[in-house]
Design a protein around this ligand. Structure first.
Ligand SMILES: C[S@@+](CC[C@H](N)C(=O)[O-])C[C@H]1O[C@@H](n2cnc3c(N)ncnc32)[C@H](O)[C@@H]1O
Length: 753
């Protein structure tokens, strides 16, 4: 299905639900035909017509719907071990286990929901084939061109919504392109004129030509064929092919392959001799490529070794010198958490949000967390506000990234629908996992909600088997929403009167997976919060953490409504939170919770219709009304249950009152309201002989705390209490740094000290 941008805008949540239900019903209905033979199949002429034109690629924005069908495991048996079958043997809604279809494409491929093409078997039977989850960076022509011979391992066959049929491939690893001369290619598909024993040199030349045209996939194919054609006598050529393939693989993001190739491209020094200058130069290139691949795989110490080798092979090499400088920064970041966050933040923008930094995970380890599964634990003491870890996204898709297509993903396994980056994230992840098997092993270690079967990624027919359904299950349990550039962007433009983080939502909508952070369990009142600077997740401590403590953070902000937030964690992640706030909510009387919810709704309305600006200040009557709401809401918190714990429903109103009194310059009132707001967020504030002390034990770090601290800071200063003003400012800065990762934008929001 493909709609234009206008259609895209008119599709509502209800439409998606209806679409999901319709597809689900169609899928269930189709099950009734399981095992049947397809009837009234379109013939070759129809398929030729269907796939006669390139495209569709019209101008404008396209909405595509991607249905994740009922899960089935990928094939793990090699083509040679499977029994060949022909198209007429296919049965509907059936996974043909133990069988393989050898097919040739004969149309011009099109990207509809998947990349599709017309295929024929060796007896001339025809059908349509749909390949899902392909690399979004590749054109349909690169993914499934005309005239290639493919093996579809253990194929699945199904009826389509348009009344036709298709061989549906959900796991890209189930489809293997067979190179010319492959033993499984039937005689009918062998070219009539075959140039037997094509010299490997010719493949190198075609690879280079493809590379020059930026067809890196084509180049990799040619170099691979060249390597297969190499004989003992082709010594140097073999190194050339590996070196060239390393480069093409680097550009395709296939870093593990690139590293292996670059290593295989190093010309060895013979026992007695020295390498000639030309070979040394070539080895410099090979080591340089190995270094780049190791860097991309975040093996910085190893990358440094390779770049050192470049310097040995080609002394004075400027590129290697530059790379070693870059690596040195990464090693500092990785080992000490030594980041220049201000520079990082300054450098990131809507067009530069994939940043070049290392991960710092040296202060944490994964351990058993009892009922919560595995968790992340501190390996050293960490002070409030300090860095716990910092990690680059394993995969991320930014909403802001220009694309001519928006995907809506409907997962029939989980009944979930999502739009935009979520779907594209899966395509990106599948690519990364398919071509980087070691990275795939790390990804597939993440929580999958009990998905079965759990296949470990292995290489079959030269391709890493990736279970795309499990990859999506893992993504659903582990992905985080993130802003397009940095978390503080929402805050610097937020209207304080609104309270909470709502206004930040418009800066969100991007989504990614951060692998190590994925081991962190949820707690509404966690000891850590995450912030984003570009694709770097920065996690800081909201209170002091001791060696051995579990790191927890909120997946979703409970805001005022505890029960709703518990439902959200239950629906999205399958658990009910047992943190201090939730335990208190559970111990509260249901009628108090109900009253709180009803009052919160009224308060929301009140705040919405009483937005404060210098021009429209609060009236005495509205302040009285707010105070009354406040008292009523406060009464829904039984102190025997909530003492010292955050009372989040009071947050927005507390904020409004601070602002109202601030506009009236009632400084003592502002201070009283600000202290009350901070106490409601669980901060234990004490002032003794003009010294501010803060107990963070039960604190709930959110934006309103920063505002409250700054209201107090300004009010104290206004009253000439400089020292207290300064202490509150420092407190606000610590909160800002904790919540947004770094301090750079604090001044932008609150002005210079
Ligand atoms: C992102 S993973 C966190 C790491 C996970 N515990 C593991 O073993 O890999 C999210 C899953 O962890 C578990 N989890 C996280 N927080 C929890 C909590 N507060 N209580 C119970 N289970 C929790 C749930 O199974 C949830 O779906």
């Amino acid at each position: 299905m493909a709609l234009t941008a206008t259609d895209h805008k008119t599709l509502s949540g209800t439409d998606y639900k209806a679409m999901l239900l319709k597809q689900k019903q169609l899928t269930i209905d189709a099950q009734g035909r399981k095992g049947q033979k397809a009837t009234n199949k379109p013939g070759r002429a129809y398929l030729e017509m269907l796939f006669a034109k390139q495209g569709p690629s019209p101008a404008g924005h396209w909405l595509r719907t991607c249905f994740i069908s009922y899960a089935y495991p990928p094939s793990t048996i090699s083509t040679a071990e499977l029994k060949p079958m022909m198209i007429p043997e296919l049965r509907l809604e059936t996974h043909h286990r133990g069988r393989v279809l050898i097919l040739r494409t004969f149309g011009l491929p099109q990207r509809i929901q998947a990349v599709q093409n017309a295929v024929e078997d060796a007896e001339g039977n025809v059908e349509r084939l749909a390949l899902y989850n392909t690399d979004p960076k590749l054109t349909p022509e690169q993914s499934l061109p005309r005239g290639v011979v493919i093996a579809v391992r253990e194929p699945f066959y199904k009826a389509t919504m348009d009344g036709g049929y298709t061989i549906r491939v959900d796991h890209p690893s189930d489809l293997v392109r067979l190179p010319a001369g492959h033993e499984s290619i039937p005689a009918a598909f062998a070219p009539r004129f075959v140039e037997l024993d094509l010299p490997a040199e010719r493949f190198k030349a075609s690879g280079n030509a493809a590379y020059a045209k930026k067809d890196f996939m084509g180049a990799v194919d040619c170099y691979s064929q060249g390597l297969r054609a190499c004989s003992e006598a082709d010594g140097m050529l073999r190194y050339d092919l590996h070196r060239n393939r390393a480069n093409a693989n680097l550009l395709l993001g296939r870093f593990e392959g690139a590293l292996a190739d670059a290593e295989a491209a190093v010309i060895p020094v013979l026992a007695d001799g020295e390498l000639d200058e030309a070979s040394k130069k070539l080895n410099g290139k090979a080591h340089y490529r190995a270094g780049r691949a190791a860097y991309a795989l975040r093996m910085f110490a190893k990358a440094d070794e390779y770049f050192k080798e470049v310097e040995r092979c080609t002394p004075g090499d400027e590129d290697a010198k530059r790379e070693r400088k870059r690596v040195a920064f990464r090693i500092q970041e990785e080992s000490k958490g030594a980041y220049d966050f201000a520079a990082m933040s300054k450098s990131s923008s809507i067009t530069h949000n994939r940043l070049d930094h290392a991960d710092f995970v040296a202060a944490v380890e994964v351990k058993n967390a009892g009922d919560h599964g595995r968790g992340l634990f501190a390996t050293r003491n960490i002070k409030v506000g300090d860095l716990i870890m910092c990690e680059k996204a394993f995969g991320v898709v930014f909403k802001s990234e220009k694309t001519t297509e928006t995907y809506t993903m409907m997962n029939l396994n989980t009944n979930r629908g999502s739009m935009g980056p979520h779907a594209t994230l899966l395509f990106d992840l599948v690519q990364k996992l398919s071509h980087n098997p070691e990275q795939a092993k790390l990804y597939f270690d993440l929580h999958d909600g009990g998905y079965e079967p759990k296949l470990t990624p292995e290489i079959v027919d030269g391709v890493t088997v990736v279970d795309t359904f499990r990859a999506e299950a893992i993504s659903e349990f582990n992905r985080f929403g993130c802003p397009n550039v940095r978390s503080s962007d929402g805050a610097t433009q937020r209207t304080p009167a609104l309270g909470g983080d709502e206004a930040e939502d418009e800066f969100h909508g991007s989504v990614g997976v951060w692998r190590v952070a994925s081991y962190i369990n949820h707690s509404c009142s966690g000891n850590a919060v995450r912030a984003f600077i570009g694709d770097m997740m920065v996690i800081r401590a909201t209170r002091d953490i001791k060696t051995g403590d579990e790191i927890t953070m909120r997946y979703t902000n409970p805001k005022e409504d505890g029960p709703a937030s518990r439902k959200k964690t239950k629906d999205s992640w399958g658990f009910e939170c047992d943190c201090a706030i939730c335990v208190a909510d559970l111990a509260a009387l249901p009628k108090q919770l109900e009253r709180r919810r009803a009052l919160s709704k009224e308060v929301e309305k009140f705040l919405g219709s009483n937005r404060l600006t210098l021009q429209s200040r609060a009236t005495a009557a509205s302040i009285r009304k707010a105070e009354k709401f406040y008292a009523d809401l406060e009464a829904t918190y039984d102190l025997s249950v909530y003492a010292g714990k955050p009372r989040l429903a009071l947050s927005g109103l507390g904020q409004w009152l601070c602002q109202a009194h601030n506009f009236e310059s009632s400084q003592r009132q502002v201070i009283a309201c600000a202290s009350r707001s901070l106490a409601n967020l669980g901060y234990g504030i004490k002032i003794l002989r003009k010294k501010l002390t803060i107990d963070y034990t039960h604190c709930h770090t959110e934006a309103t705390a920063i505002d409250a601290a700054m209201y107090a800071a300004h009010a104290h200063r206004y009253l000439g209490e400089e020292s207290l003003g300064l202490q509150y400012t420092k407190f606000a800065q610590r909160l800002w740094k904790t919540l947004y990762g770094e301090l750079k934008w604090f001044k932008e929001r609150f002005g210079p000290e």
